[in-house]
Design a protein around this ligand. Sequence first.
Ligand code: EPZ
Length: 418
Amino acid sequence: MDKLKIQGGQALNGTVNVSGAKNAALPILISAILGSGKSRFDRVPALQDIKTTELVLNHLGLTSTFEKGVMTLDAAKISTIEAPYDLVRKMRASVLVLGPLLAREGRAKVSLPGGCAIGARPIDFHLTALEKLGAKITLEGGYVIAEAKRLKGNRVSFEFPSVGATENAMMAACLADGETLLENSAKEPEIVDLAISLRSMGAKIEGEGSERIRIQGVNSLTGANHRIVGDRIEAGTFLAAALATRGKVRVEGLAPHHLEAVLQKFEEAGAIITRDAEAITLEARNGGKGTDVKTQPFPGFPTDMQAQFMAAMCVADGPSLITETIFENRFMHVPELARLGADLTVRGNSVLIRGKSKLIGAPLMATDLRASASLVMGGLCAEGETVVSRIYHLDRGYERMEEKLRSLGARIERAKEE
Ligand code: EPZ
């Protein structure tokens, strides 16, 4: 296992290019199952979760190549409709194969994902949506078995704008018979990117990005040809690090409106934000001011930025209150940040942060993807050395993070755990 060694106290300055978005790439690569031809995807990030997705798709019978950010997938033949536990447990997003397999093969058998560090994360909204489209769903021995000779278009109203459930239903509806109307759909930019990629296959979709998505089912789809959208969470992470270290950083490769709620909170915290067509610059004037945040579905403040913003508020001037409304256990970075000397008090689904002038480096342990990013940020602000272990969590969602941070002036290196 690897660890990161960080010498803190260095302001970050410079420009960094964001990679393709992990949370767009995962459903988009999986949607290749729907096409009878060969798909080509550009700007695919080299992440652990992408490798896992490729493994799952190879297991299902798709052949693949992946080099220099380009992945090709050939779905000419599906050899099994079963996604086994030992693959699904590695990455819960594997449940997204349910909709496409069911739509294409009329049957799917997928292991229930089980919970993960940040919460139980059930898939009831996914299953309810597929049942609405005519699927017979049974649970057997820890597996979901879904069957439908042919899915039938219908009106599906989500209890909650779930990202994954919206994606599963969108993909299934593309090959259903007739029209599907998804209501109270998730509106994240990754949903929009999935719709654009599905349209490149011949899917008939409109309304993506709004709470009502209308899909006309077709009989077959070709392979996709799509360039993955820039990763707004990676961008937000680097901008939060610039705020925390009182630097000036420009992130290139994404549209600012994908991150507007976060940019407004950076401005509330006193940073100067410049918005260009495909870039964002954050300049921190001295330290950030304490700022309250409540996570919400898009276009609200994203839960995937909660831990990183908290790290920046640990060294802000004044108190902040951060409330997590999406996941029930997404504060595991709190005790680790406290080891750096941060003053944090958890009260239910909120954390009160009393900003401090400085943190002192310490050995820390990563617990989940975005928590590990916040610990790296804590180390960048702390005096002396911080070592973050178990950074396989980080590698799931950030491509070469230490190289990108070094290019911004950070003193950080990867080492092997003894
Ligand atoms: C996606 O997860 C992202 N993952 C998450 O990013 C992100 O935090 C989340 O959306 C919210 O934006 C990918 O896109 C691969 P949800 P997903 O369904 O689809 C509950 C990261 O760090 N729920 O919108 O699982 C669920 O438990 C990851 O990159 C049900 O109760 O999120 C959660 O509390 C972490 N039943 C809430 O809804 C369901 O059937 C939001 O979940 C589905 C979800």
